[in-house]
Write a protein that binds this ligand. Structure first.
Ligand SMILES: *Cc1c(COP(=O)(O)O)cnc(C)c1O
Length: 234
């Protein structure tokens, strides 16, 4: 008898895909115009595999260490998987992040931009880069304040030699998301950046209405988050 547990059905994903399709239809956008990033932080192989097998290829992780422990193994059989770093990056993790991730969404200060740039030279890899904007100007949250964005983009381009593809934001939890999505959209237009990463489980339809090109959805796909247990600690 096999002792392998039955993989959970990807029912959350089916629902999210339907919601995304409807949201795109409602505003006359094609579904392909919005990339679904499945946020798998906290989940291990047995939860992630059914989502990969259901056809999803873009995944988001918020901690470099956790991603390094679980993804190389998972993605070796699926070379077209695209990994997004959506959590804060420390400069001492820049090499590991550049080696693993295909998109780094959370550049937010010169030191990190320089570290990512150096890691790209060292590894020969060139992940796409986004700048995280702290649209709510929350002191405890990462991200560049809107008024500092122009200067930071200049540093990324001129000093770190990085191409910035887009902007990302996480609105304050206690506020309506729409003004934050609108602000991010406005900033992307002002600086002629194509990609907009905004919207999570609770509000991705709204983000789609307001121009998101990537939505980051975790709990609506995977269910309630757990503490990720490193296989090395089990
Ligand atoms: C966890 C996380 C998400 C997903 O949140 P859900 O509410 O579970 O969809 C999206 N973006 C970032 C930056 C996150 O850390």
């Amino acid at each position: 008898m096999s002792t392998i547990e039955t993989a959970p059905a990807a029912s959350g994903l089916v629902d999210v895909r339907a919601r995304l399709r409807r949201a795109c239809q409602d505003v006359g956008r094609v579904e392909d115009a919005v990339k679904l990033i499945c946020v798998s932080k906290g989940f291990g192989h047995q939860d992630i595999l059914p989502i990969i097998e259901a056809g999803e290829r873009a995944f988001g992780e918020n901690r470099v260490q956790e991603a390094v422990e679980k993804w190389p193994n998972l993605s070796s059989s699926y070379p077209d998987i695209e990994l997004h770093l959506i959590g804060p990056l420390q400069s001492n993790k820049a090499d590991a992040a550049v080696a693993l991730f295909d998109v780094i969404q959370t550049l937010d200060r010169p030191k990190i931009a320089m570290a990512v740039s150096a890691a790209m030279r060292k590894t020969g890899r060139k992940p796409k880069c986004f700048v995280q904007v702290n649209t709510g100007e929350e002191l405890q949250k990462s991200g560049v304040f809107p008024r500092d964005l122009s200067r930071f983009l200049q540093i990324c381009r001129d000093e770190a030699n990085l191409d910035i593809s887009g902007l990302m934001c996480i609105p304050p939890v206690d506020q309506l998301a729409s003004p934050h999505f609108a602000l991010l959209n406005e900033l992307a237009r002002e600086f002629q950046l194509r990609e907009l990463s905004m919207g999570m489980s609770a509000d991705f339809e709204l983000a789609v209405q307001m121009g998101a090109t990537l939505v980051r959805v975790g709990s609506a796909i995977f269910g309630e988050r757990r503490q990720y247990l490193s296989p090395m600690k089990i």
